[in-house]
Design a protein. Structure first.
Length: 143
């Protein structure tokens, strides 16, 4: 009995199943343009059934995704791949954000260096008549 269990376990262990739920988040319904896990259209139901059949046939996640891309094109993926031409979909936004941050830093530094420094006000000089009046006022307080 134990030998039979071991004999049946070997083929089952060789097949690593892909996750139906994960695949449904990675694939987009071509009719409603939402992920399969959120769609209930006829096309989405057919795609879910096909994914289930491929998982039962012991296909890996990559094999299933490649088959779906071959059948429907690269727009069937919910996120672009990180290789080849699709890599631009990741690099351009990140590169643009980095370039904008660098431009802001350079602009802020240049702006802070071109502002005029605050000037200290020179004390106002009193004329002879004003000095005499101040001296007379101060003498009244001395008394």
């Amino acid at each position: 009995m134990a030998a039979a269990a071991l004999a049946l376990a070997a083929p089952a262990a060789a097949c690593t199943h892909a996750s139906q739920g994960r695949l449904e988040t990675l694939l987009v319904c071509p009719s409603c343009h939402t992920t399969l896990d959120q769609s209930d259209s006829d096309v989405a139901r057919e795609m879910k059934a096909e994914v289930k059949q491929r998982i039962a046939a012991c296909q890996t996640e990559k094999q299933i995704l490649d088959a779906m891309v071959d059948e429907f094109g690269p727009t069937i993926l919910s996120t672009p791949r990180t290789s080849g031409f699709d890599l631009l979909a990741w690099v351009i936004p990140l590169g643009g954000a980095a370039a904008a941050a660098a431009a802001l830093a350079v602009g802020a530094r240049a702006w802070s260096r071109t502002r005029p420094a605050p000037r200290a006000e020179a004390p106002a000089l009193l004329g002879a008549e004003d000095e005499r009046r101040v001296d007379e006022a101060l003498e009244r307080f001395d008394d």
